[in-house]
Design a binder for this molecule. Sequence first.
Ligand code: NAD
Ligand code: APR
Length: 238
Amino acid sequence: MQFPYRNIVILTGAGISAESGIRTFRDQDGLWESHRIEDVATPEGYYRDPVLVQNFYNLRRQQLESGSVFPNKAHEALALLEQQLDGTVTLVTQNIDNLHEMAGSKNIIHMHGELLKAQCSNTGQTVEWSGDISLDDHCHCCQIPAPLRPNVVWFGEMPIGMDRIHQALMEADLFISIGTSGAVYPAAGFVHEAAMHGAHTIELNLEPSEVENEFAEKRYGQASDIVPAYVAELLAIS
Ligand code: NAD
Ligand code: APR
């Protein structure tokens, strides 16, 4: 049988990094149980209390830089798929961690930003960043240096890379969603868009997501089990 997939789009969410020790948002003990979205993940929250918001993301960045967080077998399997497949794999992630990069994936779109970058609050220009961001940190891109903020897309802001994402979804013949609750748009709508353009769609998650009924195929379990198993199946027929 000829391998049917040339253009694969993979959407990942917090669930793929859960087994690496990074808390998800909406699961039991998720981040949104102990923090109000309005306070830490909106522009309004940032203007009200920038120190609270900087600290929230500084803690997340400290965890990434502590040397104690590593990619798991699911991240590694996706990197292997990209390396071994004769075709295009576009990895769209809602995660702001760097575990896909650490695992070796290359073609990544961070639609909700990256913790290891800071953003000029005036122009939106980004710079690589390590360590905490404080209110004393300013950009070098403006005549009057503007404060730096975390390079994270907040609720009500435009996600990054949408043109590239729509193009990839239009060309996709396989759409794989991994570790996302399907609670946040536009990411939750990608399955519908990919299916409309003729892609086969599969959900790999711990439990059925909010958009589970949109998928042609579903498998449930820990990402570190089900993702390598599915990738092995794809590579075996490629
Ligand atoms: P919205 O328009 O406020 O936000 C959705 C848009 O913001 C999308 O474009 C999304 O991609 C983007 N976005 C910005 N920051 C994000 C982040 N940190 N994570 C994910 N996506 C982000 O619409 P909504 O999502 O329907 O939310 C409506 C209101 O309800 C918001 O004020 C939100 O704070 C609040 N709220 C939302 C959720 C949720 O899961 N969507 C949960 C609880 C409360
Ligand atoms: N393996 C597979 N799936 C898992 C695992 C695991 N080990 N652990 C949790 N999950 C699943 C959960 O069942 C849940 O459906 O991952 C999903 C995580 O969902 P959310 O916490 O809602 O995370 P996500 O979908 O990435 O959130 C989207 O919301 O607030 C924003 O900016 C935030 O980008 C994020 C967006």
